[in-house]
Ligand binder design. Structure first.
Ligand SMILES: Nc1ncnc2c1ncn2[C@@H]1O[C@H](COP(=O)(O)OP(=O)(O)OP(=O)(O)O)[C@@H](O)[C@H]1O
Ligand SMILES: [Mg+2]
Length: 231
């Protein structure tokens, strides 16, 4: 191994996910194997229903696999209990959901400062930092708005600020530009790669946007729950 080789931050072995449905068991992911190095950028692409969001949730420890495992920053996140997974996520992971998943009764700023408070940061400091990140995504004038009073694209930008605010080692984003116009999308993409390059955050994103996918160092293609290239 070369002295300059980068640390492996994500190692996926024989990962599979089967769910129960009214028609019987349905296997969504089959024997997924790959690894990702520190500060790498990886795009996961594939048709709707190919298993991209399911895979992303397993990689980030939001869901548990039926078999196989995920080592995230050297820790077996797939085998850990919910409390341990939450702790690993709080310290290492930023996640942008396809459906945003903002908390309705909190303002934009409170949504963004929540992950900082979960790491134990004092509220005043967390509030100041969340304001800076909302300004970076162009929402400095919407701090006190609740999610229902924001447009879809604005909600997506709050979700991005929430994922960025802890400056995580690993940033997972599911269709991060799906609801954004071209110009705003381009600004958000620049922010994603800025975190990736300046902070050395590893970036793993799911996208249908080929311009975004090709800006990543590596593209992995999923088809019907299997990796067909880029592993
Ligand atoms: N809990 C569940 N129960 C039953 N089927 C599920 C469940 N979760 C996902 N699926 C099915 O698994 C497949 C993969 O879903 P997933 O959301 O991972 O796809 P995707 O690649 O992210 O698609 P899209 O591009 O539309 O977001 C889909 O066919 C979906 O219907
Ligand atoms: Mg999806």
């Amino acid at each position: 191994m070369q002295a300059t080789s980068l640390k492996t931050v994500l190692e996926v072995s024989h990962l599979a996910k089967t769910v129960d449905t009214v028609d019987g068991p349905l296997t969504i992911l089959h024997d997924i194997n790959f690894s990702v190095s520190e500060s790498e950028s990886l795009a996961i692409v594939g048709a709707s229903g190919s298993g991209k969001s399911t895979l992303l949730g397993l990689l980030a420890g939001l869901d548990t696999p039926s078999s196989g495992n995920v080592l995230l920053m050297g820790q077996d996140i797939s085998g850990a209990n919910e409390d341990k997974r939450a702790e690993i996520r709080a310290h290492h992971v930023g996640f942008v959901f396809q459906s945003f998943q903002l908390i309705d009764h909190l303002t934009a700023q409170e949504n963004v400062q929540l992950p900082l408070e979960l790491t134990g940061m004092p509220r005043a400091e967390a509030a100041a930092k969340s304001k800076v990140w909302l300004e970076k995504v162009g929402l400095g004038q919407r701090l006190k708005h609740r999610p229902k009073t924001l447009s879809g694209g604005e909600q997506q930008r709050v979700a991005l600020a929430r994922a960025f605010v802890t400056e995580p080692d690993m940033l997972f984003a599911d269709e991060p530009t799906g609801s954004l116009d071209e110009q705003t999308g381009a600004r958000i993409i620049d922010l994603l790669f800025q975190l990736n390059q300046e902070l050395g955050s590893t970036l793993i994103l799911v996208t249908h946007d080929m311009a975004l996918a090709t800006r990543c160092q590596r593209q992995m293609v999923l088809n019907a729950g299997r990796i067909v290239s880029g592993a």
